[in-house]
Design a protein around this ligand. Sequence first.
Ligand code: ADP
Ligand code: MG
Length: 608
Amino acid sequence: MPDIIKLLPDSVANQIAAGEVVQRPASAVKELLENSIDAGATEIKLIIKDAGRSLIQVIDNGCGMSETDARMSFERHATSKISQANDLFRIRTLGFRGEALASIAAIAQVEMKTRRYEDELGTEILVEGSVVKSQQSCSCPAGTSIAVKNLFFNVPARRNFLKSNPIELRHILDEFYRVTLAYPNIAFTLFDNDIRKYSFEKSGLKPRIVQLFGSAFNEKLVPLEQKSDVVSISGFIGKPEFAKKNKGEQFFFVNNRFIKHSYLHHAVENAYKELVPESTHPPYFIFLSLDPSKIDVNIHPTKTEVNFLESQVIYSILRATVQKSLGIFNLRPALDFDVEKSFDYVPGKNRPVVMPGISINPDYNPFTNPKPSGTKVPFTSFASPKSEIPEQIPHIIHASPVLKSVIDEKELDSADDLAEQTSTALFQLQNRYIVTRVRSGMMIIDQQAAHERILFEKLLKAEQQKKPLCQRLLFPVTLELSPEDADVLRHILHDINQLGFEIDEFGQNSFIVHGTPLSESDLSIEGILDEIILHYKTGLLDVKMERRWLLIRAVARSLAIKAGKKLQLEEMQNIINELFTCSVPEQSPSGKSVVKIISMEEIAQKFK
Ligand code: ADP
Ligand code: MG
């Protein structure tokens, strides 16, 4: 029998490779745009006809190519971006496989015009189904123009697999969005069937988002910023009240490359847990930047999937960063929402839409300070201009479904009624939960988590105002600690004294306690400090959290009323009162749920 194995001719090999790289017009668009970015372009024009079937053209003002390079660029595995396997771990460019142009040229008619800035004349090359039809000098602007005509002209099977024009155009726009978001510092124009659809000046990220998704986004975004050794995070996330049913506006970029990553997506959505209704999704535009050697982008030819070496660490940092930006860890929102100046891309037109929200008065307490009956309780349920919302109320409150339902309750009943109703309809379940009625059903509060939240905010406020809540002990207590714990306490001594403790060092591993912050805790002083040290130590194992925050959380946790403690009616009332003047009543500082509402529907369901 004769030998039967043959090497495939290049044209066939290229066509096979093309199947992987160019599945549809959008894939060619992506490759061409990425090449222009890699070439250092600051202006890129994309021209589409018939959803990319008859024409995809990308014109850039990047570095251009020499005559030889222009010819070489169509060879398979021809790239200027890497030269040895090791380079794969240092990749900073979007392309590196050297396959895109070869693949595109295998299945289309390609017309390239390119000129380097230093050259007087440029080069024009025509390639059709991998065959170079002509090459000549030409005069053309510096940069590169590549026109891809009649995609899949020689692969009818592929052509027949294309979807309708609107669908293919949608895919092209998706790629265009991703690239324009990743590179707001590049100007982009898009012509679709000779109509100019988009024209973006070079700008910052927020204006670019607004240009793409509308001026309503001016109001919707909270900046994200976190630097650490493992990963740096930046970008914008949507305020919880803007979460939507579909996932359209969610973007991750790793080293400026758009990626899909369900694990990291989960980290973000998890940070919003409790803040957005179930099955709604917040918009996000998140940029991760990390050492290229810690990423493997090579696992998929179209490169929207990546592997991280340290995905778990990145997960926790990302979640914590999002939570921080949402203000979950703080009395006030952690960040000024207007860090990047708002921007209207169509001046005068399309004023930002004011979304309906709820504004509440944080000082108002219907339980202890009832208004004469008949007076309308000062909660408004309708959008008020931003300026009317008192400064100290974090925006996040407006989204809280729990609060909304409590507020609903308050709105509809007069304050007297409410005070009366709540006091009669309050009880403790298993010495753990406080149960009461609200208009929509039944509200259950975890007493320990609630008290942690209350103390956390009190301590934080006292610390910010430099008014520690100190209560001096009648009889000072001496503590003997293990050397390790003594080290920890020494380390935090100054800071916890700022929080209202009065503790002095007293010999090697001994301390003397003269005072503590106000506390209803049944624990002994030793017990409280043991817990603080323990919570602080375990907290340190968490992701890098701000130390001060960690400490306040540890103190709040150790001073809080514990599950298992029987509460008097008045104590329960106090907890409810104080909880709902907190800025984030629905979550304990360590992230546990504080309040749940079981709706009438859910209850009725159980009786079906
Ligand atoms: P890769 O991007 O993976 O290197 P491509 O097939 O996409 O492979 O491109 C091959 C080479 O052609 C690139 O490495 C680059 O040197 C050159 N090239 C492609 N497009 C451009 C462009 N728009 N401007 C300048 N050079 C380009
Ligand atoms: Mg490329």
